[in-house]
Design a protein around this ligand. Structure first.
Ligand code: PGA
Length: 252
C-alpha cells in the first residue's frame, strides 16, 4: 500500500515572519489529529530551509518534513548560485522537487538535466520529486500521453531501478496556477498511463512509486483526486500558502 503524500510548494513566496506563523498554524492543526499513514512536507525557498527545519523540529511531528524546490546537477565546484544535494540534506531536507515545469520553461531545463539532478538527490539520500506534464497545446492536439510517457521513458533510461526511491508528480502545465484543475478522471488516466509505462520496465518499481498530482489542487477538489487508485497525493502550489487550506488538503 502506497502512503498518501501531500507536499506544499511555496515557490517564490515567504518571509521570516510569515513562515513562522505558517509552520506554527500547520503544526497546531496537525497535532489535533491527522488521518493515519500519511506524509506531509513543505518545499520552502533555499534561504528559509534552516528556519523551517528548526520550526518543524520544534513541533516534532514524525509525518511532517521539509523539502527544497530545486538542486544542482553538480556536487561541488565552480557553479555560482547553485545549491548541492548534500547541502540540502545537511539542512534537514527529505525531498527535493526536480524538473518543475516552471524551471523547464523559464530555465530551459531538459530531461537530461532533470535526471542528473535526481541522481544527485538520490546519492545524497534525498527523495527527488520528478515533475512531468504536458502543455495545453500538446493536450489539445491529443499528444498528452505521448509527451508525458516520453518524459518518463527518459527518466527510466537514466535512473533505472532507482526510480523506486523517487516520487513522480504529474502536473499538467495548463492546470498550474490557472484554477483549471484536471478532472479526477483525466488525472487518473494519466497516472495510470505513467504506472503502466513504468511497469513495462519493472513491475515492482511501478507498484512502489508514488505518483502525485499537481495543478490547482484546492480543498474542494482534493478529496475526489486523492480517491483515485493511481493518485498517491498532491503537489500543492498556490493553496499551500494558506495554512488552513493546506491543512484541509492534507486531511482530504
Ligand atoms: P498550483 O501549483 O497548485 O498553484 O497550481 C502547483 C505546482 O506548480 O506545483
Amino acid at each position: 500500500m502506497r502512503p498518501l503524500i501531500v507536499i506544499g510548494n511555496w515557490k517564490l513566496n515567504g518571509s521570516l515572519a510569515s513562515n513562522e506563523s505558517w509552520v506554527k498554524a500547520v503544526c497546531k492543526g496537525m497535532e489535533q489529529g491527522m488521518p493515519a499513514g500519511r506524509m506531509f512536507a513543505l518545499c520552502a525557498p533555499f534561504p528559509y530551509l534552516s528556519q523551517c527545519e528548526q520550526l518543524i523540529k520544534e513541533c516534532s511531528l514524525a509525518f511532517l518534513s521539509l523539502g527544497a524546490q530545486d538542486v544542482s546537477a553538480h556536487n561541488s565546484g565552480a557553479f555560482t548560485g547553485e545549491v548541492s544535494a548534500a547541502m540540502l540534506k545537511e539542512l534537514g531536507c527529505k525531498y527535493v522537487i526536480v524538473g518543475h515545469s516552471e524551471r523547464r520553461q523559464m530555465h530551459q531545463e531538459t530531461d537530461e538535466l532533470v535526471s542528473a539532478k535526481a541522481l544527485q538527490a538520490l546519492d545524497a539520500g534525498l527523495t527527488p520529486i520528478i515533475c512531468v506534464g504536458e502543455s495545453a497545446d500538446e493536450r489539445n492536439s491529443g499528444r498528452e500521453t505521448e509527451v508525458v510517457c516520453g518524459q518518463i521513458a527518459r527518466q527510466v533510461s537514466v535512473l533505472q531501478d532507482r526510480l523506486a526511491d523517487c516520487l513522480i508528480a504529474y502536473e499538467p502545465i495548463w492546470a498550474i496556477g490557472t484554477g483549471k484543475v484536471a478532472s479526477a478522471q483525466v488525472a487518473q488516466d494519466m497516472h495510470k498511463a505513467i504506472r503502466l509505462q513504468l511497469a513495462e520496465f519493472n513491475e515492482d518499481v511501478a507498484s512502489h512509486v508514488g505518483i502525485l498530482y499537481g495543478g490547482s489542487v484546492k480543498p474542494d477538489n482534493a478529496v475526489e483526486l486523492f480517491a483515485m487508485p493511481d493518485i498517491d497525493g498532491g503537489l500543492i502550489g498556490g493553496a499551500s500558502l494558506n495554512p488552513q487550506d493546506f491543512l484541509a488538503i492534507c486531511q482530504a
